[in-house]
Design a protein around this ligand. Structure first.
Ligand code: PGA
Length: 247
């Protein structure tokens, strides 16, 4: 059985000395509870701010824990002040990059076209994109959820086909709000995405926590979760991992 994937999205947190202490404490717990073993049924991916990738890249060598970034540039290198190219992220030891997160779409105006360019940049250097899609509350209210998601997928994936990509369904209204869709709705959207793009593993994200994980993780076509807030606390994150076994 394929390993369940748990992606920790630290967002703009834990990017300095606090992140170093946190990562060391987390790794100790992960090791103690058997999440580092090759036979572990879960794959943990830590997506830190870019400032910590170098440090984490070293720290995670020889562990089963993977490293990811939260964004990359649409260009590889050159006069793009403040940007970080996919190859730089790869150099730091990352294997994954979150792309098209709703916070980037909302606060930085990222379009599907831009997301598609970033997906291509990531694939060019063999970084696995974790492409985020999801509807806003307004779109949900208008009954446009499926249309919005299909457009984000079709445009965001562009011409790539069959490449190493992960898709994360994250309803915008569920992120950081404590609200989640019904299990039926999560299953429905996952099955729709699976029908459209059957080759890609699918994650659910948006207010996943220690209490709801056991129900979500066992839904059909849910290959893992993308976790924000709960990944910022060692004990909560460890409880989430342990509670995945509850069913
Ligand atoms: P949350 O964030 O778990 O805090 O809702 C999820 C995400 O933004 O990926």
């Amino acid at each position: 059985m394929a390993r369940k994937i748990i992606v920790a999205n630290w967002k703009m947190n834990l990017g300095g000395k606090d992140g170093i202490l946190f990562a060391r404490a987390l790794l100790k717990e992960l090791e103690f509870h058997g999440f580092m073993g090759e036979t572990c049924s879960k794959k943990v991916v830590l997506c830190s701010p870019a400032t910590l990738l170098d440090f984490l890249g070293e720290l995670l060598i020889g562990t089963q824990i993977s490293l990811g970034a939260q964004n990359c540039g649409v260009e590889s290198y050159g006069p793009f002040t403040g940007e970080i190219g996919a190859s730089m992220i790869k150099d730091w030891g990352a294997e994954y990059v979150i792309l098209g997160h709703s916070e980037r779409r909302i606060h930085f105006g990222e379009s599907n076209k831009e997301v598609a360019l970033k997906v291509q940049q990531a694939l060019n250097v063999e970084l696995t994109p974790i492409l985020c899609v999801g509807e806003t509350l307004e779109e949900k209210g208008l009954g446009r959820t499926e249309i919005v998601i299909q457009k984000q997928l079709d445009e965001g994936l562009g011409m790539v086909d069959g490449a190493d990509i992960i898709i994360a369904y994250e309803p915008v209204w569920a992120i950081g709000t404590g609200k989640i869709p019904t299990l039926e709705d999560i299953a429905k959207i996952h099955s729709m995405i699976h029908d459209l793009y059957p080759k890609y593993p699918l994650l659910y994200g948006g207010s996943v926590n220690e209490r709801n994980i056991a129900d979500i993780i066992h839904l059909p076509h849910v290959n893992g979760v993308l976790v924000g807030k709960v990944s910022l606390n060692v004990q909560s994150f460890m409880s989430l991992l342990k509670n995945m076994e509850d069913k």
